[in-house]
Design a protein around this ligand. Structure first.
Ligand SMILES: NC(=O)c1ccc[n+]([C@@H]2O[C@H](COP(=O)([O-])OP(=O)(O)OC[C@H]3O[C@@H](n4cnc5c(N)ncnc54)[C@H](OP(=O)(O)O)[C@@H]3O)[C@@H](O)[C@H]2O)c1
Length: 350
């Protein structure tokens, strides 16, 4: 039996870090080396992530500080935007492989990056060293790199909804695409704010980013289409994203052709399921069913009279939208079976 891979999680007290920890603790080929948090250094990880309270015979992990980080095989970064780029040289000196959950190394065009993120990049030379970490579009590059950039959760859902139709050439090139995203509160991370205070957040349908959402940059980059617009609305949900993309297909494109395109794209994908049923309660993708999984459910409906395509994708923002895909990428980088540690299929009813 080969020795386990030693993995550390930086920013382990956050929601993304906690989900990584949950998945990696169950990964048969991984040993957790260190988990960092500045504000909880010295505390047991289960004091922050109560679902990870150890059972008899399992050691209790404690948070360490960033300054105490030791060399390891893989480091996962779950830091707020901007931190990874500032410290990338240090992380690269500590670990041969890095998976970064943040947006720091996703956008290649520096002018576009500055426009969406409002400041110049602190380490632009590092951006092209990172592979964009969506296995469904970039599997070979991920297998052959040391550095993977996580994908925006809203970008993941938008891309998985649209890619098959776009790649099959079914979309009208001269019509804009609008993706309406309904998202849960955990997208905002673990830090509280006035906007996340329960009386303000509970029951809200809040237009969070009607225009200008940052993930728009990476969706355009991957699709290679300039006229794609994202609108993000926070709804009453803890985990989950539903992308509803409105696009126009070429005249005469039928449901059958869309089936062919989506099946060709996802027929052999281990974590993408086509949900396009004629009857039943869950005829379309529904994020509620995906909590805790690395699954993306993708569907569509086309109106033949107008050519309007409504492409849909549901994910758990912390699963397929963050930690799940990050672990999938680690599996690819290390030559493990891609699905290792990610087999959970969700709960029903929930
Ligand atoms: N939430 C999502 O759905 C989601 C999805 C995809 C990608 N992402 C991305 O993943 C990253 C983490 O997101 P999250 O939701 O997990 O955020 P979070 O819950 O706010 O967690 C951030 C983590 O970073 C640590 N941290 C904050 N400032 C730090 C600093 N200056 N130096 C060192 N550590 C610091 C925090 O711990 P201490 O304060 O205890 O040190 C905490 O562990 C972000 O870049 C986010 O954009 C998030």
């Amino acid at each position: 039996m080969t020795a386990p891979i030693r993995v550390s999680i930086v920013g382990g007290s956050g929601y993304g870090g906690g989900e990584l920890l949950r998945l990696l603790l169950g990964h048969p080929q991984v040993e957790i080396a260190q988990v960092t948090s500045e504000s909880h250094a010295g505390d047991f990880v289960h004091s922050v992530h109560p679902n990870l309270r150890p059972t008899a015979g399992r050691t209790s992990l404690r948070f360490t500080t960033l300054a105490e980080l030791q060399p390891c095989d893989v480091v996962f970064l779950g830091l707020p935007h901007g931190e990874a780029q500032r410290q990338i040289e240090r992380f690269a000196a500590l670990a041969e492989r890095i998976v970064d959950l943040s947006a720091d190394f996703r956008v290649r065009d520096q002018a576009v990056y500055e426009r969406y993120y409002g400041a110049p990049h602190a380490a632009p030379a590092w951006v092209t060293r990172f592979a964009y970490g969506l296995p469904e579009v970039n599997r070979d590059a991920i297998r052959n790199t040391q550095y993977v950039s996580g994908v925006g959760c809203n970008a993941t859902a938008s891309l998985l909804a649209l890619l098959p139709a776009a790649r099959a050439g079914l979309l009208l090139a001269d019509r804009p695409i609008v993706v309406d995203l309904k998202v849960g509160s955990s997208e905002g991370g673990a830090s509280a704010s006035a906007a996340s205070h329960h009386p303000e957040r509970a029951g809200s349908v809040r237009s969070f980013a009607p225009t200008g959402h940052r993930h728009e940059a990476e969706v355009r980059q991957v699709l290679g289409i300039g006229d794609v617009f994202l609108s993000v609305t926070s709804i009453e949900l803890v985990r989950g994203v539903l992308a509803t993309a409105h696009a126009w297909v070429r005249p005469g494109v039928t449901d059958k052709e869309l089936w062919r395109a989506y099946r060709a794209a996802y027929g052999s994908e281990p974590f993408v399921r086509i949900v396009h049923d004629r009857s039943g309660i869950y005829r379309h993708p529904e994020p509620k069913l995906l909590a805790g999984t690395n699954l993306a459910d993708v569907g569509w409906e086309v109106d033949p009279a107008t050519g309007r395509l409504v492409a849909l994708a549901a994910i758990d923002n912390l699963g397929k939208g963050a930690a799940g895909t990050a672990v999938q990428c680690m599996n690819l980088m290390l030559g493990f079976d891609e699905t290792t540690g990610l087999e959970f299929t969700g709960l029903h009813p929930v």
